[in-house]
Write a protein that binds this ligand. Structure first.
Ligand code: T1G
Length: 653
């Protein structure tokens, strides 16, 4: 192996008996920054002109091949060489170019690999074109080269969904040619050497296999239905299904479409979410604070929430000890957890060995003492203050001093729970969203006396659970439910002012919510909010506007979908506008002397967005939320706010 040549700050090369091995080293994910592109172009020109180079291997330093174009460069003037021009140089090089995919090859990263003449990957690499998740389409040949390699239907599925493919699937589809069982780069060098002098397969020159029109129609229809008004998936469908046209024409259309979408509000919103997700676990003051080691997690209360948390913990590799009030309740909880694991097994999310291993790490009990080995105990018992305090006081006598107690409460004050324990500094809130083994969002509640390393542990466990942690201070409903209450209140003001439930729901769905607020309200049931309003009645400020419509519905037994009637009627389970509800709303307006007026979709949307943003502002001012983007993440991941609108704080900017 000769000495290393630096082609740029982030691109270097070494010659291995005539094979130039080019390594991209641009931490943290080898994004194709201006320097990477310039270095790659220089390395290719050197390979082209140097008699000592017979072929080229391109690979990445670290655990990523190429994580894509540098998203941080978007919105800045594009530096030459552009990625498409470097990619064209790869494809048209006279000498063989082999991609040694050592890790994630995503977006522009896969586009670089697709232009190579051969692709060999490590067994742990992943490939994909996730651009639609950023509100754009592949902009360097992905929509034109991938269909040439794997056919239009398979390319449509990958590009329009933005999903990742593991090496086995990538091999089966034809995205990669080989999976290296041992050292990747030497295997790639051997392949490159073997290609010297042979005719090269240039992806761009391949024909696109004809696709069945009806099948394409079906796949495209599904994609567009899921896109819910987003532009990028629709453009991806258009570009991929028209990949049969000449390559140059397709590439030109793809590039101009990419540039237009890249500068769109939708793409800015999705980039905001992308960076927000990576920001949320960065908490001021926690730099250098070591989390406590957690291997065994206790879960108290094995109902719907507790069993979901148990499945998430088992899936993350933790040992789980489940506690319930009686042996039979504990056994019931165990069956519920195993049932969820069996569902993961049958859906292929889990293989048999994984299923057995997770089952083996689960034990249940009705005796507090069995929780002694736990490093963290999460309670998901009945949401009553005394029940939770009693439990934590019992656990104080059982678990080790350095073990952590976490409450999953949604509405109680965790400071009150902590204050009743022997070591309040080890108490934290971990507010999961149901179903806890599916929903990514996890509100990590920093109580008044939570120790920094306890908070750091909560964040580390959240990451291992593959959750999206958002730190919140203590307030009723934390970030999500407090904003939900605010815009539910605004929606009820709108009812008094003249709008109807189905109009408000339609406006929210038109904006991008999967379901309107009143439909969600009916699904969740009206009684919990009713009970809370009755609890608050005595201390409610009489000067504050209060809408009685929901109380009237509850008093009439209209408790939601389960009761067959709520904000809507449900004849044979179908949600239907109910004139009885309209009459109740009209009577409420008359009682307050309100002359109703009609509201446009935009007006309803604006009123609701303003209510969310105003509550978000208050949460920031009170120090409950650390940054506006955290609030956006909570509303997108816990309450259906459309990600392509960026969240209530982004949308107001
Ligand atoms: N550009 C800039 N920064 C990026 C980046 C990117 N593409 N990907 C990640 N980062 C940053 C991220 O913000 C974080 O920064 C750090 O790297 C670690 O990220 C032409 C136009 C590659 C699987 O959509 O999926 O190519 O917080 O925590 O868990 O058609 O990052 O440390 O300051 O996610 O190991 C398409 C996006 C771009 C892939 C690694 N590519 N990235 O996961 O690390 S558009 C993507 C990922 C494109 C072309 C188009 C993941 C990862 P900080 P991380 P990870």
């Amino acid at each position: 192996m000769s000495e290393t040549t630096s082609f740029s700050a982030t691109v270097s090369g070494t010659i291995d008996n005539g094979i130039l091995v080019v390594t991209l080293d641009n931490a943290p994910v080898n994004a194709t920054s201006g320097d990477v592109r310039a270095g790659l172009e220089k390395a290719l020109s050197h390979a082209e002109s140097s008699a000592s180079v017979d072929a080229v291997v391109i690979t990445g330093a670290g655990k990523t091949f190429i994580g894509g174009a540098d998203i941080k460069e978007f919105g800045k003037p594009a530096l030459d060489p552009t990625l498409p021009s470097v990619i064209e140089k790869i494809e048209n090089l006279e000498k063989p170019v082999v991609a040694a995919i050592n890790g994630a090859a995503l977006g522009g990263g896969l586009e670089v690999a697709l232009a190579c003449h051969y692709r060999i990957s490590s067994p742990t690499a992943q490939v994909g074109l996730p651009e639609v998740k950023l509100g754009i389409v592949p902009g360097a040949g992905g929509t034109q080269r991938l269909p040439r390699l794997i056919g239009i239907p398979a390319a449509l599925d990958l590009i329009a969904s933005g999903r990742i493919a593991k090496p086995d699937e990538a091999l089966k589809l034809g995205i990669i040619d080989q999976i290296a069982q041992n050292d990747l780069v030497p295997a790639a060098v051997a392949v490159a050497r073997n290609l010297v002098g042979k005719s090269l397969r240039r992806t761009g020159a391949l024909d696109v296999a004809p696709a069945d029109a009806a099948e394409l129609e079906k796949i495209s229809g599904k994609i567009l239905a899921k896109a819910r008004g987003q532009k990028a998936p629709a453009e991806a469908v258009r570009l991929v299904t028209s990949a049969t046209r000449p390559l140059a024409e397709g590439l030109a259309d793809e590039r101009s479409t990419f540039l237009t979408l890249r500068d769109s509000r939708e793409a800015a919103a999705l980039r905001h979410v992308f960076f927000a997700e990576r920001e949320s676990s960065k908490v001021d003051g926690l730099e250098g604070v070591e989390p406590r080691p957690v291997k065994t997690i206790g879960i108290c209360g094995l109902g719907l929430m507790g069993s979901g948390i148990a499945v998430a913990a088992l899936g993350a590799g933790y040992a789980v000890i489940g506690l319930d009030q009686t042996a039979e309740a504990a056994e019931k909880g165990r069956e519920r957890i195993i049932g969820l694991l069996e569902r993961n097994l049958s859906s292929g999310r889990l293989d048999q060995a994984g299923f057995e291993a997770q089952k083996a790490r689960l034990s249940v009990t009705a005796s507090d003492a069995d929780l002694a080995p736990c490093d963290l105990v999460i309670e998901a018992v009945f949401d009553d203050l005394n029940v939770k305090i009693d439990l934590f006081q019992r656990l104080d006598r059982v678990i080790r001093p350095e073990a952590i107690l976490a409450t999953n409460t949604s509405y109680l004050n965790p400071d009150e729970i902590a204050a009743a324990t022997a070591h309040p500094e080890r108490v934290i809130g971990m507010h999961f969203f149901s179903p806890a083994h599916v929903m990514r969002l996890l509100e990590v509640v920093r109580c008044a006396r939570t120790a920094p390393d306890v908070l750091a542990t909560g964040l580390a466990v959240a990451k291992k659970l593959r959750k999206l942690p958002v730190v919140t201070g203590v307030t009723e409903g934390f970030i999500g439910n407090r904003i939900f209450s605010a815009y539910r209140r605004e929606a009820e003001f709108l009812l008094e002012d003249g709008a109807l439930p189905h109009e408000i729901d339609a406006a929210l769905e038109n904006y991008g919510f999967p379901m309107g607020l009143f439909a969600v309200y009916d699904m969740a049931g009206l009684e919990i909010a009713w009970a809370r309003r009755k609890r608050q009645a005595a201390t409610r400020d009489p000067a504050e506007r209060y809408v009685e419509i929901a109380d009237t519905l509850c008093e009439a037994g209209r408790l939601g979908q389960k009761a067959g009637r709520g904000w809507y009627a449900y004849p044979d389970g179908k949600r239907t506008v109910d004139p009885e509800v309209t009459a109740i709303i009209e009577a409420a307006r008359a009682k307050k002397g309100i002359t109703p007026r009609s509201f446009s979709t935009e007006e309803i949307q604006q009123r609701m967005l303003q209510a969310m943003a105003a509550e978000g502002e208050a949460l920031l001012k009170e120090g409950i939320a650390a940054r506006p983007s955290d609030i956006d993440l909570v509303m997108i991941n816990g309450y259906g706010f459309p990600a392509h609108k960026g969240g209530p704080m982004f949308a107001r900017s």
